[in-house]
Design a protein around this ligand. Structure first.
Ligand SMILES: Nc1ncnc2c1ncn2[C@@H]1O[C@H](COP(=O)(O)OP(=O)(O)OP(=O)(O)O)[C@@H](O)[C@H]1O
Length: 226
């Protein structure tokens, strides 16, 4: 999707979470890095219409994230920092089916869509399990399946490898790389985004750098002083 920020600002009361930002993005993979509190999550929430800008606007393929929120919700998916919290139903298969069912599809079509997504992420063995029985990496994949089944055009990940061991990081990294969908990935895991062609560096609520991954990581290290 063609993502545009038009002099977009976000404030929480007197606190500025994002200084006015004008930006055009249509890359398939977009990384977002920066220190804690630099504005990354605010950027992602604006992008998907989870919060409304206090000034300016955000558009995705020309759709306004406030005025056209219904279409924006259909076209975007968000994987939150703690994916366990976004799995609502007790059994993984039912949770994945929930989004498709809400589109009013017949039972057979729902079943086929769920099976397809379980195969796509190689998580058939998790289908009958409960979220608390899953590891962090498995939870990420289950949450991703529940988002992808709704056929979003853009998926936003908020720190998808947070608290994962090296093996699970590699699994989640590969799953994101293989997505045909456009993805915006917020991460403190620099290895995850360093190969991306486009990485945004936020610093003190401003966009401090916009460029290829390796260059962005170097700028981030400079800003962090390490
Ligand atoms: N709901 C809120 N109410 C008030 N201030 C907020 C709220 N959410 C974020 N902020 C503030 O906005 C600024 C940017 O926060 P944001 O969550 O976007 O940062 P971040 O880069 O995602 O941080 P982290 O890496 O710690 O997740 C911070 O100063 C933060 O304290």
């Amino acid at each position: 999707m063609h993502i545009q920020f038009h002099q977009t600002e976000l404030r929480y009361g007197a606190r500025v979470a994002l200084q006015p930002l004008t930006l055009d993005l249509d890359d398939q993979r977009i990384g977002v890095i920066g220190l804690n509190g630099s504005g990354k999550t605010s950027f992602a929430r604006l992008l998907t219409g989870l919060v409304a800008p206090t000034l300016g606007r955000v558009t995705l393929d020309g759709l306004d994230t406030v005025k056209d929120i219904k279409s924006i919700r259909q076209k975007t998916g968000f994987i939150f920092q703690n994916p366990g919290n976004q799995i609502i139903l007790p059994i993984i298969r039912d949770d994945i089916a929930l989004g498709v069912e809400s589109r009013g599809l017949p039972k057979d079509a729902v079943h086929a869509a769920v099976e397809a997504v379980l195969s796509r992420f190689a998580i058939h063995h998790l289908a009958e399990r409960r979220p608390h029985e899953l590891s962090g990496g498995e939870l990420q994949l289950a949450a991703l399946a529940a988002v992808v089944v709704n056929q979003p055009e853009l998926i936003v990940f908020d720190e998808p490898t947070n608290q994962l061991d090296l093996k699970n990081r590699a699994i989640v990294k590969a799953a994101i790389e293989a997505l045909p969908e456009q993805a915006v990935v917020i991460s403190h895991d620099l290895d995850l985004i360093s190969d991306y062609g486009r990485v945004l560096v936020f610093h003190e609520s401003r966009l401090a750098h916009d460029g290829p991954g390796h260059e962005a990581v170097a700028r981030y290290r400079e800003l962090a002083g390490c």
